[in-house]
Each structure stands twice: as C-alpha cells, then as structure tokens.
Design a protein. Structure first.
Lengths: 905, 244
C-alpha cells in the first residue's frame, strides 16, 4: 500500500528548491503504520495520542528524509526525533542484524542536555524490551547507548572504542575530536542518522559553524547518505536553518522537509508598565510597584520563571523578592553562569521536581535543559528579540496543549515601547531572523588540522567538502589557500616552521605534520574562548574583593566608579589580571554593572519599533491640539486609541507611551523612525566643556555601533579631535569638545553621511577598530580558535595572561608584513559581521542614498526626551585618531594646559 | 633632543648617545622572544631583531659612534638558550661587528650565555655594572653602592607612560626617565625590544617598581620623555602625568 502522501513528497523533492515546508500532518494511523510492530504496540499502550511534531516525524524519518522540526517544550520532542530510529534498530534486532556499530549520532550543544536525553531514551527502550519479553517471551539484542563528552572518563572512552554504542550522544566539540580518532573513523562508517538538537542555538554561533563542518566530515566517513534530523525551538527563517542542517551536495542544497510545529502551543503575552508615569515618579516608587506586579503574578501560579538578562539583575530580583515578600530559600533560587556548576545543577533538579515557587535567571535557563513544568515566564526588561522572547515564554505551559504565558515588566519608556511592539509581533507569530556567521577562517583552520590528522587530502577534494557545509558555501579559494598556507607555516621564517606548522602542503596535497599535532588538536579544539576573569583587589588592605570580566575592565578608566557585591569602588589601575580599587563615597556608579552583558536589539524588531514610532508620531502631530503632556489615553481620539489598543499592553503602559510621544513632539517636532535619522545637536548639561550630537537611529545597537564608528572616524579626522561615543539600541551619541560646537551644522552632518556612502567603508572601519581593546580581545579569541595561540600545549595550560601578551604589537607587525594573514582577516570579519552588523548597515546606507531614509538635523537647548535613555544608558567606546603622532602633540597640549591651569591655581 | 651637555637622544628612538664617551646606549633587547613564545605554542611573527637593527642603524648614521653599550637583557630567556635565540644573538653581534662598533655588554640576569662569543668577537662584558668616567652603566636589577657616582644609566624597568584623554581614550608610550635622584642623576632607558611595550609607571603605585636603584628615587620628579614614531617629547615630571 502506498499512502497518497508519499507521491506528493516525491513530487516536492524533485523541485529545484530542495527545502519544502510540510504543513499537513499525517494521520495517527499513517504515522504508526511505519513503526515496528512491537514499538507500535508499546506506543499505543503508553500514549493516548501523537503530539503535533510526532504526527510528522515518525513517517518522514522512516521514509528516510532529512527533516527540520520546530517543536515547543512538552511536545514529546525526544521521541519525535528518536522513535522512528529506535523502531528501525529493533527491526534489525529482530533480524539478528543489530551489530556493535554506531547507527545514530545525537549532537547537542548542552552537556547537561545529554544526560536528560540519555534518561529519556533508556526509559522507553527498557519499557519496549520488557514488554517484548513479558508478552512474547522474546529476548532481542539490546540497543546500546553511549554518551561521549569532555566529561567522559578515559576508561569509558576506551570501552566505546572497543564496542561502539548503537546511539552515540555527544557535543559538537567531542564529535570533531572523534572524527579524527583512528578507531572511531571505522565505527562511523555505519552511521545512518544524525540528530542535531537545539538547532536554534547553533545556527547563529561559531559553535554551529564548527558543527556544520563536522557533519560534512561525518558524511564523508559514512557509507550511506545521512538522514539528518534537526530539532529546534521556534526559529526564522526556517529554510536557512534547514540548509544549515543538511548542507550541500554538488553545490545544491540537499533535500530537507520542514515541519513548523513550534506554534502548536497557544501564547498569552502581555507588557506591563508599573505606572502611568515612568518619569515624574521616584525610583523607589517604580520599584515598589514593579515588585508588587511580579509578586502578584508569582502568587497566582505554582512555578514562575523570571528572566532578567543580567547576573546582577538576577541577584537583585531574588534579594528584593525575599526582602519584600518573605520568600524563603527553599521557595526561590537564582540561576546564572557565575554560579558554580553544582549550584546550578541543584537548582535545575529542584525546579524539575517542582519544588520552587520561583526561579530567577539571567539567560542561562533559556536553553533547552529539561526544567519541568513552568506556569508562567516573567521578563524584567526587554529580551531584545521577538524570537528569544517567544523561546523563553514557550518554556511555560505543562504540555503542548497548555497555553504559554509571559509578561514583560518594563522600567523605562524605551523599554515600554520595545516590549509592547515585541509582544504585539510575538502574539502575531512574527519572528526576527537569525544571522549565521559565514566563512569563519579560524574554525576552518581547526577543521583542516583535524582533517589532516584523519587523512592525506587532495587540496581540491577538501575544498569541495568544506564548501558543502552551508556556512562555507561561498568560501573563496583564495581564503581557503591562505588558511592552508598559514597552517603549513608559510607566514613564519623557515627555522620556526617546525614549531608552528601543523600540516604539510605540497603537490596540491596536505596532511598532518609532526607528532604533537594530534595532541594539539585534541587539547585545543572548540570555539568558546577562554574569558579572563579579573581579580578586583582593594588598594587599602590588599584584600581580594571579587572578579569582573575583561570586557568590563576595558571600559574602565582611572577614577571610574563601579559596583561590585553591592558596594561602590573607584578604579585606580590594572596590572596583569588584577584590577586595583579604593572604596568610593560617591552615590552613583559612573559605569553601570551590566555594561558588558546587555544583549543587542535584533535588527528586525528595531525596524518594527521605528515603524511604530513613525505611525504614532504622525498621529500625535495630526491631533496635537487636543493633546497635552498629561494626556489621558482613554480620552484620546479613536485613531490614537485604536493604535494603542492593538498593543498587548496594560493601560498604564498605553498612557505612558502616548505622553512620551506628545512630549517629544511639543519639544522639538521631530523624532527618529524607520524613515528618519534625527541628528540632534545639544549641550552636555553635566559638563560645559563638551557638547553632544545625538543620532536618533532606530536600527538596533549592532547597526548603530557600525554606523557610529564610520561617522565618528571621519568627523574626528575632520575636526582633529577625539570623540567619545555612546551607543544603544535607539541611537548613538557623540561627545565632543565644546570648542567645536559652532563648527557643526546641517551641512556637516549631511556631508558626513555622503562621505560614508561614497567611501571605502571597510577601510574606514578597520582604521577605527585597529587600536581598540575590542580588537585586541577579539584577535586573541580568533588566534586561539585558529591555533595561532594554543590554549593548551604539551600538558601545560597557557595562561590567558600569556595569550593576552602583546596582542597590539603582534597585530601591528601582521598588519604591515602580512596583510592577508587569515587570523587578522577573520578578526575583522568577526567584529564587522558578528559583533557589529555591516550587512544591515549597508542596507540602511543604501536606503539613505535612495532617499528612502532621510537625515534630519536639529539644534536643541537641552537633549530631547527620546534621547535621555541614550545619554544615560549608552555603551562607550572611543574613536581614536589614526595619526598617533598628532595624538601625541594633542595630548602634549592637554598636559601643558592642565599643568598651566594647576600652576595658576 | 639634548638632555644635558653630554647626553643626547635621537627623536623617536629608544637609544641614548653619550658624547664624551662617543658611545650609544641601549637596553633590554630580549632577542629570541618570538622563538621562546613559539616553543610554548604561541605564534608571534618575527619582527623585533629587524626593528632593533634598523634603529641602531639610524643612531649609527646620525652619530657615527665609536661603540655601543647594552645594559642588559640582551636575550630573552633566563637560562637555556634555544636555537632561535642563538641565531638571533649571533646575527645581532655580527651586525654590530660589521658596523665596526666596539661592544660593551652589561649582563642582566638573562645573559650569561653571551660570554661564549666573547673571544670570537672581541667584546667586553661585565657582571651587573661598569663605571666609565662619571657614569655607572648597570642593568638595574641589583642594588649597588653608588655613593661616588655622578650619573646612573640603566634599563630593566621598561618605563612607559599611559595617557587617558578627557574623553576616555587610552594610549601607552615607551619613555625615558631622566632627572635628579638624591645626589645623582639617573637615566632610565626604555626597552629596545619591539615586543617589550613597557610598564606604565604613571599608573602603577611606587611599590611596584622593580629596580632597587630606582625605588630609592622620587620618580615623580623625574622627567618622562615619551617616544612615538619619529618623535620624542619631554612631558615634564612623571608625577604630573598621574591621573590625567
């Protein structure tokens, strides 16, 4: 019997576009009919029905198609991915053909998830085998399951080599090592199925890029075409994620069916403002109200999960809930990455058992660890992306039939607008798209070393294999060859080559060089950089106070005040990995504690916010006569009310939004939007020595970072001065010496944009970035990933301190002597494409060029309302002038000036 | 730039010239640094020796001196000598020989090996220090009796200055330190080795100063002469450069 559906599938995959959405589920009958009869019997006795993803996957996987499934928590995801495979393995066992070979590889980015999966697999398999034995008296050969991660002991590893498990559960890093292990190579020949779990975590990171190459290497070792199964939370765009999963064959994407069951849950999302007026109210009152809102929600539910985005926020919320409402230690817990592994595991375990009333987390619980049933998800502050918001909220609701509930609690007006728009689009199932890193040369270098250990390669064959991984489909031959040359030691002198060279390269072939390479590869493979933790030490009593991150230290200059463990300290100087401070009597930190942790707003959501601003502002403008800054949203006219009522926001929030827009209009008649960049020249009211140009640029922090660096580089050269930059999601700010205030007008700003539209923008950015701490840190990370700096070498851990050494001097030499050095090229790429967002910036510049986005200039006496959050919450960096010599002169003048001032005092 | 009647520094170079002696002075070359790092798995492109030679060549062209004094840490490693260091040291001495420079090496704690070349190349080497006329040339890592010394010239400290501008930019510059120290004058040379970028003496507390000789001075009263590209500029007293 050929089911009708099958004919349709064959038709679909014959189309040129190999990625196809399947939007009609199979019937239960159809789905179960493909399973082994024992498995079917077990399933029927165990479950009343199939979950939405299972109604697709059993059949599609059985028929040997690649598949990407998005599925919500509680929808039987593990079985959806595995049951068809278990069924095939039991078929084999029935025929006495189940050998000690690997049939299925399961990869997850989370080690802790591996243990969950192991448990979730052994249980049903046990049950099936027990049923077969009890009911039929048949004893079949057991399906073996093995976990292999960085934690696996040497003896277990050896056992796995001797007797490979039928299902291998592993991580991306361990998989890439296994691929270069001689005995494992043999065992991989029989692999038929690969399951990639938490695909949404992988598609946008270098870890995922790393895995994509491993999958192609695995495909080469496997005798059959792999059947690839991707499991993911809601994600967009689906076809890109599918291509990432399946890769290419002969330059064309492999076939993949896509099932979008991620929305089978209902979502109930709300944005809650604690007050009508978030400005003329003192801090404590807002806080009181916000905590009351949170407590009310927590009390209504059995278990609530609270996301705060930052670790300090997590601690603060836990502290406040305990203090204000008397939560006990066994009712509430914090979970974030600074806590020890044991503490985190204990919290997860107790959460799973339903012991907590409430768990507060920074971001660490958004990954797919099995956390049991959550009734509600609260987000304090914006999660910055619709997709992330939906993924977090999707963790609530006991099963796929329950409703996922989530609330955003906002503390300022920009957050209020942002979360309102986010919840609006979330409810309407619009997601923002992920961005996949492309052509990463550091990850490539690692794999080439791995491949060289595995075999001797023809240069062109290896190139073919690499380009079949989707993130490398457009890799240029030039870049590929430069990585080969780098690894072969061609960038260093002959006598040093034997130390550095990891491969030999001749006659269009390459292979491993030397005995230590294998060890180097095993010890250093992976994409997550060693972060430096900086010790904070009191100068007064030489005592250790705590740690901060290197990224945070980069932002500090002597005299800056920051909080640590609830106390204020003044930064004095840093040395090696120590940062020396004294206690500060000041009331306020000059650098907020979450400075290096804040997530950037997604580009798509930023555009939606810009669009809302434009619509709302136009409405306010049309009706300004009847609106006051104390406007009541209920009495506003129908058109305004309709727009506000579309938002899933409480009344307090709607009113606050309306008043915010009215203030801005009355003050300066202009606003930044998706069609307008507003440049506002204004005074720095805290310091008469400088003034501000504030760019209301509604494109998110990554584009704003890029744009602001381009503009400031030119402006700094033009004015011949340093410019301090603050960047946030809604704009950026230049702080400039007051001396130049009169030099800036409408024409200056227009000219600036014209220049970056017409100039070599990459060269401009390179010039901007080369002397920064960011460049040094990224270079160190890329160098470590690309094996230029080994993190571990011959039984020794290379301290991060040593890795840090002289990054600046090394960079200078490389820039001058070897401009095409792949590690340098990758550092630039990572900064421009992954940290900043050059691609979307180009889109914006193109729209400016076409006139679709206008640049408007205004002067204000004080900064306008919509700029206040930029001034108070920006991210700082400094544009330096390229000419160091000039700089020296200028510094000199500054020094002389300050000396003269001192002298006349 | 002329420091006093007898000591001159050439703009943009970490090298001093002593007129009455007709010698140039440099310090802390750390030859072989790249190879030493390489053997611990860190690829550092070769650059230092080439730049050192360029700089000495420039000083040579300007002053045509009789000889050169190197006040220690000629090579990088403490004890063993790697092949790379051996090669670089040889190349360096060969280079000086080709310029027909007399060579005086003060051995720092890294430099015992240098004596192996002593006979072949006919240079002088001293443990810790040498007194010539009114000058004491020393590496700077050990305390010495300096009661009858007029001017101390030393290395070891790798002096540098970090400057923050009003808007938060940060730059580090190698520098000379020069001035009166108790009854003597003192000149601390910056490291000539390219990768030795220095210690920002205007930022760290005085307790972290390495050299016992320098610890005895009030370094805040010493002038910092910053080096950058082709220029050297006297920024005045180091103490003035704290927290600017």
């Amino acid at each position: 019997m050929i089911p009708k559906r099958k004919i349709l599938l064959i038709y679909l995959v014959n189309l040129k576009n190999m990625i196809k959405l399947v939007d009609k589920p199979f019937t239960e009958e159809e789905s179960l009919s493909v399973l082994n009869h024992y498995v079917r019997e077990w399933f029927r006795s165990k479950f009343k029905e199939l979950t939405p993803p299972q109604l697709y996957t059993f059949k599609i996987i059985s028929e040997g198609h690649n598949i990407l499934v998005t599925a919500p928590t509680g929808s039987g995801k593990t079985l959806a991915g595995f049951l068809a495979i278990i069924s095939k393995l039991i078929d084999l066992a029935e025929r006495n053909q189940l050998d000690d070979k690997i049939y299925c590889v399961y990869v997850s980015p989370l080690r802790s998830l591996n243990n969950d999966i192991y448990r979730n697999l052994t249980e049903p398999i046990e049950e099936i085998y027990n049923m077969i034995k009890d009911r039929y008296g048949v004893e079949l050969k057991k399906i073996s399951i093995g976990i292999r991660t960085g934690d696996t002991t040497a003896s277990d590893r050896q056992k796995q080599l001797r007797k490979p498990p039928n299902i291998l559960i592993t991580t991306p890093e361990t998989l890439s090592i296994a691929l270069s292990t001689t005995k494992f190579k043999e065992a991989f020949k029989t692999v038929r199925y690969v399951i990639v779990d938490e695909l949404h975590e992988l598609v946008s990171s270098k870890r995922g890029v790393h895995l994509s190459l491993s999958l192609e290497r695995l495909q080469r070792l496997a005798e059959n075409e792999l059947i690839r199964i991707g499991l993911s939370a809601t994600i967009y765009p689906l076809d890109e994620a599918a291509k990432f999963l399946v890769g290419l064959s002969n330059g064309e994407p492999r076939e993949c069916l896509v099932v979008n069951a991620g929305w089978s849950k209902k979502f109930d999302i709300k944005t809650l403002s604690p007050a009508r007026d978030l400005i003329n109210i003192n801090e404590t009152e807002i806080e009181d109200k916000a905590y009351k809102l949170i407590n009310d929600i927590v009390q209504q539910h059995r278990t609530t999960l609270i996301f705060t985005n930052t670790r300090s926020g997590t601690e603060r919320v836990v502290f406040n809930l305990k203090r204000r409402f008397g939560f006990k230690d066994e009712e509430i817990a914090a979970h974030h990455s600074s806590l020890s592994r044991n503490v985190r595991l204990e919290v997860e375990e107790n959460l799973k058992k339903g012991k907590f009333k409430c768990v507060v987390t920074s971001t660490s619980l958004e990954l797919g660890i099995d956390i049991g049933s959550i009734d509600d998800v609260i987000q304090v502050g914006s999660p910055k992306s619709i997709t992330r918001a939906i993924q977090r909220i999707g963790r609530s609701g006991h099963s796929y039939k329950a409703t996922a509930r989530g609330q955003f609690i906002v503390m300022n007006r920009d957050d209020l607008i942002e979360c309102s728009i986010m919840s609006y689009y979330g409810v309407n199932r619009y997601l923002d798209s992920f961005q996949m890193p492309r052509n990463c040369l550091d990850v490539l270098a690692q794999h080439i070393v791995g491949m060289a250990i595995e075999d001797v390669w023809d240069v062109d064959d290896a190139f073919m294999l690499i380009r079949s991984a989707y993130p490398y489909k457009d890799l240029s031959k030039e870049d590929y060859l430069s990585v080969l040359k780098y690894l072969a030691g061609e960038y260093v002198s002959l006598e040093s080559r034997k130390v550095y060279a990891k491969i030999w390269l001749e006659d269009n072939r390459f292979g491993k060089r030397g005995k230590t390479v294998r060890v180097i590869y095993f010890q250093n493979t992976g994409t997550i950089p060693d972060e430096v933790s900086i010790n904070v030490i009191s100068l007064e009593n030489k005592k250790w106070i705590g740690t901060i991150e290197e990224e945070f230290l980069e932002k500090l200059k002597p005299g800056d005040i920051f909080t640590l463990g609830g106390k204020l300290y003044k930064f004095q100087y840093s040395r090696l990995n120590n940062c020396y401070v004294v206690r500060s009597d000041s009331k306020q930190p000059t650098i907020p504690p979450w400075f290096s942790e804040e997530l950037p707003l997604s580009f798509d959501l930023a555009l939606k916010i810009g669009e809302f601003r434009r619509l709302m502002f136009d409405l306010v403008k049309d009706n300004i006569k009847e609106l006051s800054i104390y406007a009541n949203y209920r009495s506003a006219n129908q058109r305004i009310k309709k727009v506000l009522d579309n938002l899933p926001t409480n009344d307090e929030g709607k009113e606050a939004i309306l008043r915010y827009f009215v203030e801005q209009y009355k003050y300066c008649k202009e606003i930044g939007s998706d069609k307008e960049i507003l440049a506002e020249l204004t005074d720095n009211i805290d310091n008469k020595d400088t003034f501000y140009i504030i760019f209301h640029s509604l494109f998110g922090r990554r584009v704003n970072d890029t744009l602001s660096r381009m503009l400031s580089t030119i402006l700094a050269e033009k004015l011949d001065t340093d410019i301090r930059i603050l960047v946030n999601d809604n704009g950026f700010l230049f702080e400039i010496d007051s001396y130049f205030k009169d030099a800036i007008d409408k024409d200056t700003i227009e000219e600036l944009f014209n220049e970056i539209i017409n100039k070599d923008r990459l060269a401009l950015l390179r010039r901007n970035i080369i002397n920064t701490e960011l460049m040094k840190r990224k270079f160190r990370h890329v160098a470590a990933r690309g094996f230029m700096i080994l993190r571990r070498y011959i039984e020794r851990n290379i301290t991060v301190r040593k890795q840090q050494l002289n990054a600046m001097s090394v960079l200078k030499v490389i820039k001058e002597e070897y401009p095409d050095f792949p590690i340098l090229k990758e550092t630039y790429r990572e900064i421009f494409e992954d940290t900043m967002d050059i691609r979307n910036t180009e889109k914006i510049l193109d729209l400016i060029k076409k006139g679709d986005i206008k640049v408007v200039f205004i002067k204000t006496r004080y900064p306008s309302p919509f700029s206040h959050n930029i001034i108070t919450f920006g991210h700082a960096d400094v544009t330096m002038i390229e000419e160091k010599r000039m700089q020296l002169r200028k510094l000199y003048n500054l020094v002389i000036k300050s000396i003269k001032e001192d002298d006349t005092r | 730039m002329i420091l006093d009647n007898d000591i001159e520094i050439l703009d943009g170079l970490e090298i001093a010239y002593i007129r009455t002696l007709d010698y140039i002075v440099a310090t802390d070359l750390h030859l072989g640094y790249e190879d030493v790092m390489g053997s611990s798995g860190i690829l550092i492109p070769k650059a230092s020796l080439k730049m050192i030679k360029d700089k000495i060549q420039r000083a040579y062209d300007r002053f045509k001196p009789k000889g050169i004094i190197v006040t220690g840490d000629i090579k990088n490693e403490f004890s063993e000598v790697s092949l790379g260091e051996f090669n670089e040291l040889y190349e360096f001495i060969r280079f000086l020989k080709d310029l027909s420079l007399d060579m005086i090496f003060i051995k720092g704690n890294h430099d015992n090996f240098i004596d192996r070349y002593k006979d072949a190349f006919k240079f002088k080497s001293y443990d810790q220090y040498v007194k010539i006329d009114r000058y004491l040339f020393t590496h700077g890592d050990v305390d010495l009796d300096i009661s009858d010394i007029d001017t101390i010239i030393m290395g070891h400290e790798h002096p540098a200055v970090t400057i923050y501008t009003k808007v938060g930019a940060k730059r580090k510059y190698k520098c000379f330190l020069y001035g009166r120290c108790n009854k003597h004058r003192i000149l601390v040379l910056p490291a000539l080795g390219y990768y030795s970028t220095g210690t920002d003496l205007n930022i760290i507390p005085k307790s972290q100063i390495l050299s016992p000789l320098l610890r005895r001075c009030n370094i805040d009263k010493l002038h910092a002469i910053l080096i950058d590209g082709n220029e050297s500029l006297d920024f005045g007293e180091l103490g003035r450069l704290r927290y600017i």
